[in-house]
Ligand binder design. Structure first.
Ligand code: M6R
Length: 615
């Protein structure tokens, strides 16, 4: 989950590394650090908390040099304290390292090294790596950082992304990727080269990138980049040209990235649709799925794997894929999937949904599917990410960079992607009549406008947030395709405002949660004019009968609901299957407004990180 940046070249490394870390702060903000080489040994500055603390430290005690590494930490082993902040330096001071991942056997390695006289300065698992590198450099590797790193990483269990620097060979940085602890991108420059855990850290400087695969190592100097396997076999790596959208990566007029990303959703959804609808024939085109009618017809089951918000998006996708493409769909948490010996065969398609494309649990589920012979697809936002690279076919979200830790536009665009997928599969499998296909496709171009109209609820939601921001608990109720929207609304509120919130299938309320309802418990009901409207009205009545304060999300023109609920938020009428995309907008706005009123750190909520690259 941590962010890593490395630089070797002719420019001021500190400036470039701090700039890069700023772009990666969403990765973790427990501490940050930078290490530089400048002919006077390894110079390190580290501090706890946000990057601004490290910046202040560097301003008061500057660091200059042309080679360096930096890190922003999401703590796993060892509390967020300065001595546990990366970079970590080896005992003699010759080697320094930043790391993303968990050394699963660190206790055993630490004991072994301590028995040999190594002194540890931190409580982290990471420090064993740099001490091992030093040990091998002094014994057997004749001081060679490449060989020492190779030998050291062979001793590690778990998944890792590592960058090492040494004052003994100061012209180079060594990067290693093992498993799925987050990506390692090597950015190619002219007389300079970059390393980063995520592309945005270095996109201002280069768009030409190599992505390390698992068990590969990069030896990076100012003039040259060599890629090898961990056994020392040279590899001819593919150079990718990564698209860059500088406007999307800045906050502009908005107070927070999350706010900007909520408001971007009309545009984002338009971009998701762009080029994927053939309006002449009213059909969907998804060439990057690499699918033929024969392959599509052979699919008997589809399994969606994802985490967090992407998982809730998958729960909605199940409705589309079953109804439109007539495929049996299961949705599973990436973090659970591989622990139950799932049934997969060549007629199973596995679809991973992941904004970052680097979530370790989702990648592990994909690996499991790959090993068992499934057809592997992904819906990703981060172009060039691991999930996209390992898939047989993919659909990009085209949402632009999502920086706020709370996912918003990735939710709506990934739902749109699944709808496109369902129609596309329906076309290839012949499960749709011409009129059905037209009706499904025709609904899509209206979405950006419907989202725009839902965003107009913002002033009313500000007012609601005034009433509600002191509450301690919330219940969100939805049914059918909007039950996952209740889950997502609750997740948004809890992660950025730290209010306890539960999303529940409305019909289940009477089986337990109804006991929670009293006058202190706001109950937000998704009560749209759809097939389940009357059932939802019964839930509203039941909540009111227990004294709950009901806030109903309703369809414009529904005056009846106003006679039942305490507050009503209206959204425009939307075809039922697409309604989650519009219904979630006021819930995102509500979570945002409540969090701002509570003074919470919206873009970087406590304990969280944007991309979860540890298990
Ligand atoms: O990058 P991914 O879509 O794989 O991330 C999955 C979850 O970690 C992510 O959706 C998380 O739940 C967000 N913080 C939710 O807002």
């Amino acid at each position: 989950m941590c962010g890593i940046v490395g630089y070797v070249g002719y420019q001021d490394a500190t400036t470039l590394i701090l700039e890069g870390l700023q772009r990666l702060e969403y990765r973790g903000y427990d501490s940050a650090g930078v290490a530089l080489l400048n002919g006077q040994g390894i110079q390190v500055r580290r501090d706890v908390g946000k990057l601004s603390n490290l910046r202040a430290k560097v301003d008061s005690n500057p660091l200059h040099g042309h080679t360096g590494i930096g890190h922003t930490r999401w703590a796993t082993h060892g509390a967020p304290m300065e001595r546990n902040a990366h970079p970590h330096v080896s005992m003699s001071g010759d080697f320094v390292l930043v790391h993303n991942g968990i050394v699963e056997n660190y206790l055993e390695l630490r004991a072994e090294l301590m028995a040999e006289g190594v002194r540890f300065d931190s409580d982290t698992d990471t420090e064993v790596i740099v001490q091992l590198i030093e040990k091998f450099a002094h014994n057997g590797a004749q001081g060679d950082i490449v060989e020492a790193t190779r030998q050291a990483v062979k001793r590690l269990r778990g998944a890792h992304a590592i960058v090492v620097m040494s004052q003994v060979q100061p012209d180079r940085l060594i990067a290693v990727r093992i498993g799925n602890a987050g990506g390692v991108a090597i950015g190619l420059g002219d007389g300079e080269n970059y390393i980063a855990s995520d592309i945005p850290a270095i996109l201002d400087h280069t768009r030409r990138m190599i992505f390390l695969e698992s068990r590969q190592m990069a030896i990076v100097t100012a003039q040259d980049v060599t890629i090898e396997t961990l056994d020392g076999q040279a590899i001819t790596a593919t150079i990718h040209d990564v698209p860059y959208d500088p406007i999307s990566a800045v906050k502009g007029e908005y107070r927070h990235f999350m706010q900007k990303e909520i408001y971007e959703q009309s545009r984002a959804v338009a971009d998701t649709l762009g080029g994927r609808i053939d309006f002449e024939h009213m059909q969907v085109m998804l060439p990057d799925l690499n699918l033929t009618p024969e392959k599509a017809q052979a699919i008997q089951r589809l399994v969606i794997v994802a985490c967090g918000t992407s998982y809730y998006s998958g729960l909605i996708g199940k409705f589309f894929l079953e109804k439109i493409a007539r495929i049996n769909v299961e949705v599973d948490y990436g973090s659970e999937y591989r622990y139950r010996d799932p049934l997969i065969d060549a007629n199973t398609a596995v679809l991973a949904i992941t904004q970052s494309g680097e979530t370790v649990d989702t990648l592990a589920a994909m690996e499991e599917a790959r090993e068992k012979g499934a057809l592997l697809w992904s819906i990703v936002n981060a172009v060039g990410s691991q999930a996209m690279r390992v898939s047989d076919g993919y659909i990009t979200m085209n949402a632009g960079p999502e920086i706020g830790v709370a996912s918003t536009k990735a939710f709506t665009t990934s739902i749109v992607d699944q709808y496109l997928l369902a129609v596309y599969l329906g076309q290839l499998r012949g499960t749709l009549s011409e009129s059905e296909r037209r009706a499904y496709v025709e609904a899509l171009p209206k979405l950006p406008d419907l989202i725009g109209r839902a965003l107009e609820s913002a002033p009313q939601i500000e007012h609601l947030a005034d009433l509600l921001h002191h509450c301690q608990d919330f219940l969100y109720l939805g049914r059918g395709i909007n039950y996952p929207v209740a889950l997502e609304g609750a997740l948004k509120l809890k992660e950025i405002s730290y209010i306890h919130a539960e999303g529940y299938p409305a019909g289940e309320m009477k089986h337990g949660p109804i006991a929670l309802i009293d006058e202190n418990m706001p109950v937000l009901t998704i009560t749209l004019k759809d097939a389940l409207y009357e059932k939802m009205i019964s839930q509203v009545e039941q909540a009111k009968a227990r004294g709950g304060m009901v806030i109903a999300l309703a369809t414009e023109g529904d005056n009846f609901i106003a006679t039942k609920a305490d507050q009503v938020i209206y959204i425009p009428e939307t075809p039922e299957l697409l309604s989650p995309i519009v219904a979630v907008i006021p819930l995102q706005l509500l979570a945002y407004a409540v969090a701002v009123k509570r003074g919470a750190d919206v873009d970087q909520p406590r304990n969280l990180a944007k991309s979860v690259t540890v298990e």
